[in-house]
Design a protein around this ligand. Sequence first.
Ligand SMILES: Cc1cc2nc3c(=O)[nH]c(=O)nc-3n(C[C@H](O)[C@H](O)[C@H](O)COP(=O)(O)O)c2cc1C
Length: 192
Amino acid sequence: MKIIGINGSPRVGGNTDILLDKLLEGAKSKGAEVEKVILNTLKFSPCQECENIRDDGTCIIEDDMQPLYKKIEDADAIILASPIFFGSLSAQTKMMIDRFQCAWRAKYIFKKDTFNKKRNGAFISVEASRRQDFFDNAKAIVKNLFAAINADYEEELFCSGVDGKEGILKYPNALKKAFEIGQGIAVERGVI
Ligand SMILES: Cc1cc2nc3c(=O)[nH]c(=O)nc-3n(C[C@H](O)[C@H](O)[C@H](O)COP(=O)(O)O)c2cc1C
């Protein structure tokens, strides 16, 4: 059972990072193998809309997205975590998602699944304000990605009113919930 957690916040040790760590801690406590990727530390280009995917449906750009594609393909569950920036996902997160256009084209145009394995998916997000519509915007994009990579949108955790770097620590219920979601995902996929 492998779980990959992807953090789209540039702030290491910030709210998204703390919540994601809690979730992964919960999954680990139930025996899952977990890995966290911080998008801001990767060197990758935005999608170039080349419409020139390889025969196997993969992206032709050779950069840090290549090992990430492989990690996601191998994972039984993907946890995507992003703060709300200007009413939607962070740029880092959106840039990664756009790079799945190869999978989208393969699946919907060439009828060839590149991410065959069924996997679980969860989305966690934080924002300073209290705008459900911002989470809704972000969620719609994440659902679109999850559909392209055969990830079921199983769980979500949205935390409003969180601004300062470790502001989320004032919300023990959110941290508890993140831990429980991690446990639940690990158990659901048959770790214990
Ligand atoms: C560039 C930028 C844009 C932001 N836009 C929004 C926004 O539209 N709505 C909102 O509620 N908070 C917004 N915020 C606040 C962050 O969502 C909030 O501080 C969050 O806790 C940051 O999470 P992090 O510590 O994981 O990076 C923005 C912050 C930044 C840096």
